[in-house]
Design a protein around this ligand. Structure first.
Ligand code: AMP
Length: 408
């Protein structure tokens, strides 16, 4: 066991009302969901996982006889209506997924929507138009929040991906209504807080992505409970340069060199095993078809960039995972968007999927990587958040959760 203070085991990680604590029968229930789905140029939904993730809460509310009012943002319409960001295609997809009528309201506030809601019967579902068509949403305007709250008897937040934003539909409405967590929000918190506060050990954290600065908070917060840390992605080269080695033209954050050294030392003092890539795939640039080589990490020539971990690192990381009982992975091992630099990330995805461990994958890029690697079904939990996931892993409270009504 490594040193450090062991936080108390978490029994109720949320401490807030959840959807099951409310009697929804015949009540108007405003559910803040994250329907911020990707659309192609013809406004077709290219990935509906965010809609599917909200189905348990929506179906529960329907079954309990609630009048279900669904609200979300989509894209960045900058406070005014913009047909490119309409939620109409989402309402259509939801109708198919629920296999029942879904009413679309062309605005989220105003007399028209109040009229629609007055006519609702228990079990009916209304999808409101994009909340961000109003400036008040992102500004957390109190009047806008009040207008939204007036539509309903209860508020439920199931939009984990937006829970780190202090927007009207996240922190404003709960000032006026009893506010509870939906099933998705609850599950996210339980998994992510569970892994941070009370992981079954050995606990291995794999961190990648572009920059050390983006992940330093996570490293510091996991320090006390982690047994091994595996570093890949661009952030590895700041650590390697901080140790005094040349890294060619690889991504380096010069202002993070000292921090990188400090965190590496601190982990070592706690007895945490710290792994960096031993080899890497290098190129002059990201252009498809440009020359690539595999070299030991300590032999990156001047003018070359390390853009993926190499095969020896993938093997090393795989072996480091063998005794793990909990694995947390956040951030790709290389520029996986480009074929030539995707192998390291996909190899790690397979290793994580094959491990006999509770496996938690967090953040947009890593989520995409496990899907592209075809192993998403073998991961215990894939977080739907990006920024929200990181904030929880950093041990910070999310405004959207703090705003909910306390259980007591
Ligand atoms: P982040 O948002 O910090 O998790 O970073 C994700 C991004 O890091 C992805 O878009 C990757 O292309 C990029 N990335 C991963 N490895 C490297 C690398 N070795 N050099 C530059 N960028 C990288």
């Amino acid at each position: 066991m490594v040193g450090g203070t062991n936080p108390a085991p978490i029994k109720d990680v949320l401490g807030k009302l959840t959807v099951e604590d409310l009697d929804l029968q015949n009540k108007r229930v405003f559910i803040r969901v994250d329907f911020n789905v990707p659309l192609d140029e013809n406004l077709n939904i290219t990935d509906d996982r965010r809609i599917r993730s909200a189905l348990p809460t929506i179906n529960y509310a329907i079954d309990e006889g609630a009048k279900v009012i669904l609200a979300s943002h989509l894209g960045r319409p900058k406070g005014k209506p913009d047909p490119r960001y309409s939620l109409a295609p989402v309402a259509k997809r939801l109708k198919r997924l629920l296999n029942k009528e879904v009413i679309f309201s062309p605005d989220c506030v105003g007399p028209q929507v109040r009229n629609l809601i007055e006519k609702m019967q228990p079990g009916d579902v209304v999808v409101l138009e994009n909340l961000r068509f109003h400036e008040g949403e992102e500004k957390n305007d109190e009047v806008f929040a009040r207008n939204l709250a007036d539509l309903a008897d209860f508020y439920i937040n199931d939009a984990f991906g937006t829970a780190h934003r202090s927007h009207a539909s996240i922190v404003g409405i709960p000032k006026f209504l009893p506010a509870a967590a939906g099933f998705l929000l609850k599950k996210e918190i339980e998994y992510l807080k569970g892994v941070v506060n009370n992981p079954v050990r050995p606990f291995v954290a794999i961190l990648g992505g572009a920059k050390v600065s983006g992940k330093i908070g996570v490293l510091e917060n996991l320090e006390a409970n982690v047994d091994k840390v595996l570093i890949g992605g661009g952030m590895a080269y700041t650590f390697i340069k901080a140790m005094g080695y040349e890294v060619g033209d690889s991504l380096v954050e010069d202002n993070m060199l000292e921090t990188a050294q400090r965190i590496r030392k601190s982990l070592k003092e706690r007895g945490v095993k710290f792994y960096l890539p031993v080899d890497c795939v290098i190129a002059h640039d990201l252009e498809p078809g440009s020359e690539t080589k595999i070299v030991p990490t300590l032999e990156i020539p001047p003018g070359w960039k390390a853009l993926d971990i190499g095969p020896a690192s993938a093997k090393l990381f795989d072996e480091a995972l063998h005794n793990a009982k909990t694995i947390l992975w956040n951030g790709p091992m290389g520029v996986f968007e480009v074929d030539a630099f995707s192998r390291g990330t996909f190899a790690v995805a397979r290793s994580v999927a094959d491990a006999y461990a509770l496996t938690i994958v967090g953040g947009g890029d890593t989520d995409l990587a496990v899907h592209r690697a075809g192993v998403s079904d073998s991961i215990s939990f894939i977080s739907t958040g990006g920024g929200a996931t990181l904030q929880l892993l950093e041990g910070k409270e999310l405004p959207g959760i703090a705003a909910l009504t306390d259980k007591e």
